[in-house]
Design a binder for this molecule. Structure first.
Ligand code: LLP
Length: 384
């Protein structure tokens, strides 16, 4: 929902752009922080969801840590002011250069995804006289029951170490004087809306945590990743996730040893609802089989529909609300048939120049934008 002043502002600006409601972001962050603090849980924000500078600054100011997946994200986190002691570095393919960046910044922990990576980090740390803290990312073989493109915790996925490789990890760790194992890490997928899935993850984590205990490793941290999904169909009614229920699942089902910390890596749940892609209608094409709305934003600005057939609620903000509704395919200007943003969308009769909002676009929206067709990289506008 946008008030009249915001709408007037949209009309005065060149489109397309991402519009961030910073008040909603702050409220979301506070709600999450409070719910996590209740149990002493730590949340590292997953940078990959959105690395807009204002968004990052707000997240840093609320005391979150940073979950990074590239050397540049690590650098950005430090630049924004995240405490290096709250920065973790994950990723299945960390380059030597990226590992060195992280070592030189003395980050808190590497989430390691293969036996071979253990050897590489150990060698690079030894050369610099450092000890790298590590958590082993384990593939728990838990089905996240989400879109198969964003499922990560099954044995067929490239992520993490499989359970049958844990012995080999232990052997490697015994040989690695410059590594310190501090925890285990899981991330089973994204956009998970069924809390039961997280309960299954807790059961699996308990099992594995016990295995490490039996093998003489006392783990300081259990990192259960991110993945908490948002409601793409009700951006206003469900503007802030039910963080209390989410963390309660972990409090109830995750067994913790005294002093053991629980870490989370939330991305989408923190930033999705505060971001909207604002666009103008360039053309309306009415046909016999289909009516098309052609926007000045497309898959170059918001790739999720083209890539995952993802749903984003589309609203015409300036049409006459009393006008008849018509079904449109809402598409972008890119020379690709996959360049669509919504199919069979019911909207009031729309015309050239109308302003359209694509809701719930704050996570994995702007960060996945591209310059394909030599288009301008989409900019940010913030609430006042
Ligand atoms: N931790 C790890 C290791 C991850 O791989 C991810 C996301 C997260 C945390 C954060 O997950 P979240 O809380 O945001 O679900 N581009 C896709 C989503 C890809 C997610 C990748 N990993 C999309 O647009 O839906």
């Amino acid at each position: 929902m946008f008030d009249e002043n915001t709408l007037a502002r949209f009309e005065s600006l060149e489109t397309p752009f991402y519009y961030y409601d910073l008040a909603l972001l702050e409220k979301t962050l506070k709600t999450c922080k409070e719910a996590a603090d209740k149990y002493g849980f730590h949340v590292h924000y997953a940078f990959k969801a959105n690395f807009d500078e204002c968004v990052l600054k707000a997240i840093q100011a609320e005391g979150f840590g940073a979950d990074c997946v590239s050397g540049n994200e690590v650098k950005k986190a430090i630049e924004i002011g995240f405490d290096p002691g709250k920065v973790v570095f994950a990723g299945v393919g960390k380059s030597d250069k990226e590992i060195i960046t992280a070592l030189e910044n003395d980050i808190y922990c590497f989430n390691v995804e293969s036996v071979q990576e253990l050897g590489v980090i150990n060698e690079l740390a030894a050369k610099r006289g450092k000890t790298a803290r590590i958590a082993i990312r384990i593939n728990p073989n838990v089905d996240a029951q989400t879109h198969h493109y964003i499922t990560t915790g099954l044995e067929e996925n490239k992520f993490g170490v499989n359970q049958w490789e844990l012995k080999a990890c232990m052997e490697e760790l015994k040989k690695s004087a410059n590594l310190k194992l501090i925890g285990i890490h899981f991330h089973i997928g994204s956009q998970i809306t069924d809390l039961e899935v997280f309960r299954s993850l807790c059961v699996k984590t308990n099992e594995l945590s016990q295995w490490f205990g039996e093998h003489g490793f006392q783990l300081q941290i259990l990192n259960v990743g991110g993945g908490f999904g948002v409601d793409y169909h009700h951006p206003d009614e469900a503007a802030i996730n039910d963080f209390a229920s989410y963390f309660e699942v972990f409090d109830k089902f995750l067994e913790r040893k005294p002093g053991q910390e629980v870490h989370f890596e939330l991305g989408r749940a923190l930033v999705a609802q505060c971001g909207n892609l604002i666009s103008r209608i360039l053309y309306v094409k009415n046909g016999i089989k289909k009516n098309f709305i052609i926007l000045d934003a497309g898959m170059t600005e918001l790739m999720r529909p083209a890539l995952y057939q993802a749903f984003h609620k589309i609203e015409n903000l300036t049409a006459d609300k009393k006008a008849n509704s018509v079904k449109y395919d809402v598409v972008g200007p890119i020379c690709e048939s996959t360049d669509w943003l919504g199919k069979e969308v019911e909207l009031p009769v729309s015309k050239r120049g109308d302003i359209v909002a694509l809701r719930t676009a704050g996570a994995y929206g702007q960060v996945m934008a591209s310059g394909y067709n030599l288009r301008d990289i989409v900019r940010s506008v913030y609430s006042e």
